[in-house]
Design a protein around this ligand. Structure first.
Ligand code: ATP
Length: 267
């Protein structure tokens, strides 16, 4: 597997900071191995895209990064995933806490059946981040602003989140993830259920969020990976075939399988 530690386009520092790393990561669903010896560094203030054909293990890998696979029966994992050098699979790790550091946004927008306000305020209240009403008000406003949704919903915070358009719902889900101050945001095909205009808005948002978070995104859309990601990893049959800065991976792939995939020969 090819992996660079070089500088991504637009990145000032020669050695980007590794925020999350996977080392020799294997995962089995029962007897079936879905991930094989995955090694990947994901950098602070960068978007890393995971691409590859259907069933190659992208979502499985993404779920390893905040232990969402713990919820699936008969899953067995070996190897290491570290957040800032801390092994997230260490038995002492509080998984609920971990998921506030490493938030997740899913393919289909899934707002709670609650008001826009409550969608954002719910988790901070639960975790004790915002206690008074005015603290929560500030937190809701700030999260909605960071998700680029404030101007569209400021006058109707009491309406159900489910009444927003699909694109707005997805930005609400991103605001909800942001509200608990994560360091890493995982996105599993966050725009695939959206129309082109809403997709463009979400992509712009990802671009802005990158300045403050580590973002890992699964996408089927190669153009989207090229637009939003500084780094891209190509998965095939549960392995990483190649990872590199996105421009190099798309224009000068080292591996034949990568070239075949990005030129549409399979997948
Ligand atoms: N809950 C599960 N139980 C058993 N096997 C699973 C489970 N989830 C995924 N798999 C299997 O693991 C492999 C990888 O699936 P995964 O969903 O990670 O791939 P993917 O690359 O994200 O695919 P897609 O692009 O179609 O979403 C597939 O063979 C899939 O059938």
């Amino acid at each position: 597997m090819a992996q660079t530690t070089g500088t991504a386009p637009g990145e000032q520092s020669a050695t980007p900071h590794v925020k999350v790393s996977a080392r020799d990561l294997n995962l089995w669903y029962g007897d079936t191995q879905a991930l094989h010896d995955i090694n990947l560094d994901m950098y602070s203030r960068q978007v890393t895209a995971l691409i590859g054909p259907s069933g190659c293990g992208k979502s499985t890998f993404l779920r390893c990064l905040n232990r969402m696979n713990d919820l699936i029966p008969r899953v067995h994992i070996s190897g290491r995933v570290a957040l800032e050098d801390e092994d997230i699979y260490d038995p002492s790790v509080d998984v609920v806490q971990l998921r506030t550091y490493v938030g997740m946004v899913f393919q289909k927008p899934n707002p709670f059946p609650k008001s826009i306000y409550e969608n954002i305020a719910y988790a901070p209240r639960l975790h004790g981040t915002g206690t008074s009403r005015s603290e929560l008000d500030d937190l809701v406003e700030s999260a909605l602003k960071r998700a680029g949704l404030w101007n569209e919903v400021a006058d109707r915070l009491d309406t159900p989140g489910t009444e927003l358009s699909g694109g707005q719902q997805q930005r609400l889900c991103i605001a909800r993830a942001i509200a608990v101050n994560p360091e890493v945001i995982l996105m599993d095909e966050p725009a695939s259920a959206l129309d082109p205009l809403a997709t463009a808005t979400v992509e712009e948002l990802i671009h802005e969020l990158k300045d403050n978070y580590t973002i890992v995104i699964v996408t089927h859309n190669l153009q989207q990976a090229a637009r939003v990601a500084g780094y891209t990893a190509f998965f095939h049959m549960g392995q990483i075939i190649e990872v590199n800065d996105t421009d190099t991976l798309f224009t000068n792939p080292a591996e034949q399988r990568t070239e075949d995939y990005i030129t549409g020969r399979f997948g």
